[in-house]
Design a protein around this ligand. Structure first.
Ligand SMILES: NC(=O)c1ccc[n+]([C@@H]2O[C@H](COP(=O)([O-])OP(=O)(O)OC[C@H]3O[C@@H](n4cnc5c(N)ncnc54)[C@H](OP(=O)(O)O)[C@@H]3O)[C@@H](O)[C@H]2O)c1
Length: 330
């Protein structure tokens, strides 16, 4: 493939916490739309367009599909066919923690699970190392020292360059950061959910990450597609909510949510933006947020998401109006 010479002129690259690594302000996640059930040529077109627009960071996990593992296989095929020569321009992440194989070692945060799972992921993607490897979710039973020790071991073994954690609360994040620092493998990044419909990170986590010098890549900034114009006239047949394996269920698209979405959509229009673009700009308004991790089912969608960086500023009045729309009981 021939990549655009101008691909690094589109998206700002932001330093990830107090590390040497910069990430694009918009990153692409392969949770949906890249599985064995999806069309390979569409997945390939989306990934290549993303790369061409300056997206250097692609986020995966062992279980993305369906079936689990197939998103890593799809990405491995795209790497082999198209992006092989660009490996050093890419930041590729994977994770372990959710159910991946049967028996007591196929999930959670043991050293056994993390090390074995990463080996499987590397095979599926045809890679020697990933750039970032995450503990995908906190494990209430495994000592945090073991999970963080496994991340440290993985980085030292050369199978990952950096360590990350996902969906850890502030208290556990602080303890994880202290352990990793004491081991000499500082925590690079935290991956929490964050959107206008899900603001839990504002209650302490973002402040902590800034203090600790840990980067933050927020997942599902579009609330899986709800914070776009996708569902304004019903549930389209090609949307996530219409797919049997989609994580967004039709019953989550309530009249109340749609009412707020309509009001937000009007506000976005007044800013000369699509709602998806305003939703991305809104999560990026925090200094602590390094990158917005979006999903996309088409080339047009990823183009629109990247164009969000053309208008990231908000007036106080706009932010206040958004707060009112989100908090008013309907
Ligand atoms: N760490 C974790 O536990 C965790 C959990 C969830 C996700 N993640 C990561 O975060 C990534 C993103 O998650 P997500 O896919 O839920 O993010 P999202 O960006 O909130 O939702 C993506 C969906 O929004 C719709 N969309 C995107 N751009 C659009 C546009 N311009 N106009 C209209 N609709 C648009 C598409 O829906 P349609 O498909 O319906 O077209 C797309 O599939 C995942 O791929 C994964 O890497 C991590």
């Amino acid at each position: 493939m021939i990549s655009s010479e101008e691909r690094y002129d589109n998206i700002p690259y932001i330093r990830c916490g107090r590390s040497g690594l910069k990430l694009p302000q918009i990153s692409l996640g392969l949770w949906h739309n890249f599985g064995g059930v999806d069309t390979f040529e569409n997945a390939r077109a989306v990934a290549l367009r993303a790369f061409d627009l300056g997206i250097t960071h692609f986020d995966l996990a062992n279980n993305y599909g369906p079936p689990p593992g197939s998103a890593e296989e799809t990405f491995g095929k795209i790497l082999e066919r198209d992006l092989k020569a660009h490996r050093d321009e890419l930041v590729i992440s994977s994770k372990a923690g959710y159910l991946m194989w049967p028996g007591p070692y196929g999930e959670w945060g043991s050293r056994k699970n993390l090390v074995a799972s990463l080996d499987q992921s590397l095979k599926r993607m045809g890679l020697e190392y990933v750039d970032i490897f995450y503990s995908h979710r906190p494990d209430p039973e495994t000592p945090l020292e073991e999970t963080m020790g496994a991340l440290d071991q993985i980085v030292r073994s050369g199978k990952a360059l950096y360590a990350g954690i996902s969906s850890y609360n502030p208290d556990r994040t602080k303890r994880a950061a202290d352990i990793l620092r004491s081991l000499g493998t500082p925590c690079l990044i935290h991956q929490p959910s964050y959107s206008m419909f899900n603001r839990w990170v504002e209650e302490g986590l973002l402040r902590l990450l800034e203090e600790e010098g840990i980067g933050c890549i927020v997942f599902s900034p579009l609330a899986q597609g709800l914070l776009t114009d996708r569902y304004l006239d019903g549930i389209p047949s090609d949307s996530r909510a219409a797919k049997p394996h989609g994580f967004l269920k039709p019953n989550a698209i309530t009249g109340e949510k749609l009412d707020r979405v309509r009001k937000l959509n009007a506000l976005a229009e007044a800013r000369g933006q699509k709602l998806a673009q305003m939703a991305i700009a809104w999560v990026l308004r925090h200094r602590a947020v390094t990158s917005a991790l979006v999903g996309a089912s088409s080339v047009t969608q990823i183009e629109e998401c990247v164009a969000a960086t053309e208008n990231l500023g908000f007036t106080d009045d706009e932010l206040h109006a958004i707060d009112i729309i989100l908090s008013t009981s309907l």
